[in-house]
Design a protein around this ligand. Structure first.
Ligand code: AMP
Ligand code: GLY
Length: 458
């Protein structure tokens, strides 16, 4: 089968790399891809995701058997619907279902309706009532622009004066354009963050091993937020009991509410969760694979990714009951960035040492913002440049190996965090939620977790 991956980041490189290893994949294409996909035998196609007619003609010409859409923008714009109507098999949600990420207001209202634990919130479409609401809060708040704003539309405020300034920036000065016509003001939560991704097809879902991302640009979670500076998988804080609780209190009600509302979700549903002292709370949903979470997750995947993604697209996910195989080792991904990122950054710098880094066993360098120049050299072409990913028998081994590889790579102005995975390496054992309620008997989740046969966990 010929496969097309849409996107050009580290997530798409990881997806295309694993798809290329499938025994059933003939040609794997990436539109538009990056230097890493080009060097891995994946054919880059110079078409952007908004060039839908060109994509359609390309899929027809190359007889594409499965399209895998990486980023949220094309999903929110309805690319999956467009290609499905034309008769192609697509992994990824419809435009309606993608609202779970593309509208924070919609997503929070869905959570309220489905009784999914999340921070207390109010929605505003005018700045004045938002200011009055904030002034009467005796706790810090987070102000969120409703629409997609490239990860920048969320302002975690230290004081209520900061929050009022955020409302001014989003609603009055319209810094995020239309995305800020409505806002969510919600209670600021404290705790550790966890990324839990689940494959979803029809009524069933299958959680993937949980990860932790590192959003702040500097060590010790200091500095402004980025798209993600590194991730590790599995996250020891995600005990089986915690995952089971998230299945029951988050994924199950969300997926059912979407199905009942006639916008069923198909693809990968990503829950960003805060582990508060009162239990887990959903911070956001994403309608796609995480970046950089996908890199360590797929580094550990041993099953054929094409089989898995096609089963989701065909609503045959239950066939994978107990069948997805994972490498038992841990994976750590360290993101190397351009000078200035996450602010204005420079590009066009020569990247060297890649071959040297990949000579280390169990190391894979995923490319994000890179491109090949006329002499086939790898040049920087974005804020996040590489996701250096390694497996290790322990998390500490994986971290050591990833950083050994990072040290072999250079480009002018590069920077990266030196403490990826330390959260887990230095952690105390997590405080567990106490009681795990039972799933309704009629619901069976693939993965051998049939609640009827399960003993209650304490
Ligand atoms: P979101 O796009 O909603 O996930 O927000 C991006 C980041 O902002 C999250 O990963 C958190 O680090 C932070 N954040 C969002 N909502 C909250 C909240 N209610 N309390 C504390 N931090 C938050
Ligand atoms: N790493 C967070 C995200 O993909 O949104």
């Amino acid at each position: 089968m010929n496969v097309l991956v849409i996107g050009k980041g580290g997530r798409e490189h990881a997806l295309a790399w694993r798809l290329k290893q499938s025994r059933r994949a003939e040609k794997v294409f990436c539109a538009p891809g990056n230097a890493g996909t080009a060097r891995d035998g994946i054919t880059n196609v110079p078409i952007d995701h908004f060039e839908t007619d060109k994509l359609f003609r390309f899929c027809t010409k190359e007889k594409i058997g499965l399209v895998v859409i990486g980023p949220e923008d094309p999903l929110a714009a309805g690319l999956a619907d467009f290609l499905r109507v034309k008769g192609f098999k697509v992994f990824g949600p419809s435009k309606d279902a993608a609202r779970i990420e593309s509208s924070k207001v919609w997503s929070k209202e869905l959570m309220r309706h489905a009784d999914v634990p999340t921070a207390e919130f109010r929605v505003f479409d005018h700045p004045e009532p938002a200011r009055t609401y904030i002034e009467t809060r005796d706790y810090p708040v987070v102000v969120k622009a409703d629409g997609l704003a490239a990860g920048k539309g969320v302002v975690v405020c230290k004081s209520n004066a900061d929050a009022i300034k955020a409302v001014e920036r989003i609603m009055t000065r319209e810094e995020f354009g239309k995305a800020g016509r409505q806002i969510v003001v919600e209670k600021k939560l404290d705790g550790e963050e966890l990324s839990v991704l689940a494959l979803v097809g029809g009524r069933t879902f299958l959680p993937l091993p949980a990860c932790q991302d590192h959003k702040a640009v500097n060590d010790g979670d200091q500095g402004p937020n980025t798209g993600g500076m590194g991730a590790y998988c599995p996250a020891p804080v995600a005990t089986p009991e915690l995952i089971m609780e998230l299945e029951r209190s988050v994924f199950l009600p969300t997926i059912h509410a979407m199905k009942r509302g006639r916008f069923p979700f198909q693809g990968v549903l990503f829950a960003g969760v805060m582990l508060t002292s009162q239990g887990p709370r959903v911070l956001e949903f994403n309608c796609r694979f995480g970046d950089p979470e996908t890199q360590p997750i797929l580094m550990r995947l041993k099953s054929d990714l094409l089989d898995v993604l096609e089963a989701v697209a065909d609503e045959r996910l239950p066939e994978f009951e107990e069948k997805i195989e994972w490498d038992p080792r841990s994976a750590v991904c360290v993101v190397m960035c351009s000078s200035g990122y996450p602010g204005k950054y420079e590009t066009g710098k020569l990247v060297s040492g890649l071959a040297d880094a990949e000579q280390l066993p169990d190391v894979k360098v995923f490319h994000a913002g890179t491109k090949l120049d006329a002499q086939n050299r790898v040049m920087t072409d974005g804020g996040r440049v590489l996701g250096v990913t390694a497996l290790g028998d322990t998390l500490a081994d994986a971290k050591a190996r990833a950083y050994e590889a990072v040290k072999r790579i250079t480009f002018a102005g590069m920077h990266y965090r030196t403490d990826i995975a330390d959260k887990a390496l230095k952690a105390k054992p997590p405080a567990l939620p106490v009681e795990v309620p039972k799933l309704p008997a009629k619901f069976r989740r693939p993965g051998g977790n049939d609640p009827e046969g399960e003993k209650p966990t304490s």
